[in-house]
Design a protein around this ligand. Sequence first.
Ligand code: SF4
Length: 378
Amino acid sequence: MSEHDNFLISLSVLYRNTQKYFDRVLSRYDIGSGQLIFLLLIYEHDGITMQEVTRLSEVDKGTTTKSISRLIEQGYVEARVDEKDRRVRRLHTTGKSADIMRDIYEYRARCRRILARDTDFAGFEETLAKVTDNSRMGLSEKSALEGLRIGALTKLTMTDVPGKAACRIDFAGCCFRCPWCFRKDMVFLSERRTSVDPEDVLAFLEKRRGILDAVCISGGEPLMQEDLFPLLENIRSQGYAVHLETCGYEPEKLEELLQKGLADFVAMDVKNCRERYAETAGVHAGSIDLSRIERSLQILAAADIPYELRTTVMKEFHDEGSLCALARELPANAVWVLQNYKDSETVIQPGYTPFAQEELEQLCRKLRELVPACSVRS
Ligand code: SF4
């Protein structure tokens, strides 16, 4: 990873180096970098109140009060009672501040010159102002759908929900790292990935009412998403059918979702038999609790909506022995679909070996002795 791929590190380096610079140059006045913005605000807004400083600086009240109290103790600022309203105290800089302001402005200009070297600094400042605005609007308060991480919206799919025109929402993030997974982009999340705003998804669905019939909820693992239910409630209220794809590792969420009637169909991955589950899911055996998968299977078996189980098969992880062992762990009346592995650039670890079609059909015939509704999906 290049250091430029991590804007949080860049932001932190910029902030700390700027702070260090002002701490150093202002040390002769016994002023810290944290006090600087308050001193400047009071100097440039003579008679400002503490509340106004808090609002303009966007720093919390406690920090503002502490920093300004220190400036008062040091003799740079004084607080005077407003003559027209004696309940109000107004802040003024003193002669001691006036003596050093020219130096402070020069240090600030020098800082700006240094940062601007070999850059389009005016363009940067313009962008920074927009980014700061975005942070005010998007980061300062929690929205109802803030817990959602939508990695992609496919606006039309005719294959994800059989017989229906649907869109697909892929949620970013997964509890597993199946090495054969073809949604690497939804498992390892690049900092530069484009994410989709849930409000844009809802606006899109509003516009497509009567054109699309269903929404496929996939990922990644959708049930890991904090605010999934409010989103699904909204989707349902717009009249869409919901088709959920899950790895079954969040049984409580699955149960609650079904109780709330938030899905019409569930497709759950079953990776392999118990002995080989962890390696097929790309995690350490000690870090997976298979009782959660079993619980999800029980929940689906008792559900009053249709469901299917899916296993993506490849020679490195599956053979007759492992698949028969898996079949014995599934509800006998389950609809179970075998999907052959397909190699591609988007697989987490490409290079696995699919079964020959005939070989897979033959395996499927054998598995039908244990789970009659087993089939191969090409
Ligand atoms: S296959 Fe499913 S469960 Fe496995 S890593 Fe990919 S998204 Fe996660």
